[in-house]
Design a protein around this ligand. Structure first.
Ligand SMILES: [Zn+2]
Ligand SMILES: [Zn+2]
Ligand SMILES: [Zn+2]
Length: 166
């Protein structure tokens, strides 16, 4: 069993053999030196929490204590979640939520900006709290846990393509 430690940058829990913090992306001192994915000559100081790309000090964008690459720096992050979808079409929002939920990963935000964060149970599944959460005319937003952002975007991309070519 790995031992657990606290990340010196964000305080998140990390295993003591990790090279970087999965919560904030900072690279630890004991990590092997890896070149920046963009600048070959530079050592990296962090990884992007979305895509895992190695980043040097020029490339690393720090947002709310987390490191992101230039491609992913504008993704809206709330707590440990990343925004994947927003719409005033509540029926569509409910469809999208249902589509993303089987892999157990959706948090939603009501029109007042309250985020309903699902609670992870011991089995690593997320509890989907309620089905009837969107109010007509309000902006519904859906979030997934940050490590699942790319996977969720892939599901949404396939869905959008299937709407275009039925
Ligand atoms: Zn950290
Ligand atoms: Zn990235
Ligand atoms: Zn770089």
């Amino acid at each position: 069993m790995p031992e657990y430690d606290d990340c010196g940058n964000c305080g998140g829990e990390v295993t003591d053999d990790s090279d970087f913090c999965p919560h904030c992306g900072v690279l630890f001192e004991q990590a092997p030196v890896v070149a920046c994915a963009t600048h070959n000559g530079s050592g990296s100081c962090a990884v992007c929490v979305i895509c895992g790309r190695y980043l040097c000090e020029i490339c690393a964008v720090e947002v709310g204590g987390r490191f992101l690459c230039p491609e992913h720096e504008s993704i809206k992050l709330v707590e440990n979640y990343a925004l994947v979808y927003q719409s005033r079409d509540v029926a569509e929002a409910a469809t999208v939520r249902a589509m993303l939920t089987p892999s157990g990963q959706v948090a939603s935000e009501d029109g007042e900006g309250n985020l309903d964060i699902p609670v992870e149970d011991d089995g690593g599944q997320f509890d989907v709290v309620d089905a009837n959460l969107f109010t007509r005319g309000q902006l519904a937003r859906l979030y997934v846990p940050i490590p699942r952002y790319l996977e969720a975007m892939e599901i949404l991309k396939e869905w959008r393509e299937s709407l275009k070519n039925p």
